[in-house]
Design a protein around this ligand. Structure first.
Ligand code: AMP
Length: 175
């Protein structure tokens, strides 16, 4: 079984020129879903991880499963205005304009070891902001894990520049 073959590609979605890498086909395949979760955290199996943080929305699905797998708590990182308690917030650039993401200010205690999870890293802007948000409150981000890397967009280097190792399982060319 090849994880890459189970990711579905939708050309020109959500706009012309984008090859959308759809992981719902992977999530829907019991064997592939289990193997993806196992492989994502394989380097940290046996390490003490306190929290797994997932980026809204696909990072919640993978991150929840990963948290269970490593016996850690789960922390949602969400678009602004969605979380009910007091939050910490960070702004980050999108292709057009700026957005903000948040997490609860008590979600991670200073010094806790955290793994960040999302489905895909492209330019790395989203993951970079999530790492900074957690580092700002004293979290020790020990890794950032993604099923898919788009290496031409250079996201990995952005996250590694923050001192965080990046793990990815499959690569696709282009955007
Ligand atoms: P970036 O901040 O550029 O690394 O973008 C990463 C975020 O955008 C992730 O949450 C992805 O789910 C989403 N994303 C970016 N490009 C794609 C793509 N080609 N296919 C599917 N999702 C994408």
């Amino acid at each position: 079984m090849n994880i890459k073959d189970i990711v579905r590609t939708i050309p020109d979605y959500p706009k012309p020129g984008i090859m959308f890498r759809d992981i719902t086909t992977l999530l829907g395949n019991a064997q592939a879903f289990r193997r993806t979760v196992d492989e994502l955290v394989q380097p940290w199996a046996g390490s003490k991880i306190d929290k797994v943080a997932g980026i809204e929305a696909r990072g919640f699905i993978l991150g929840g499963a990963v948290a269970h797998q490593v016996s850690a708590g789960f922390v949602p990182i969400r678009k602004k205005g969605k979380l009910p308690f007091e939050t910490v917030r960070i702004a980050y650039s999108l292709e057009y304009g700026i957005d903000e993401m948040e997490m609860h200010k008590d979600a991670i205690a200073p010094g806790e070891k955290v793994i960040l999870v999302d489905d895909l890293i492209a330019t790395g802007g989203t993951a970079e902001a999530a790492v900074k948000l957690m580092q700002n409150i004293g979290a020790q981000v020990v890794a950032a894990c993604f099923v898919i890397d788009l290496p031409e967009l250079g996201g990995r280097a952005k996250v590694e520049a923050l001192g965080v190792p990046v793990r990815t399982l499959v690569e696709f060319e282009g955007h």
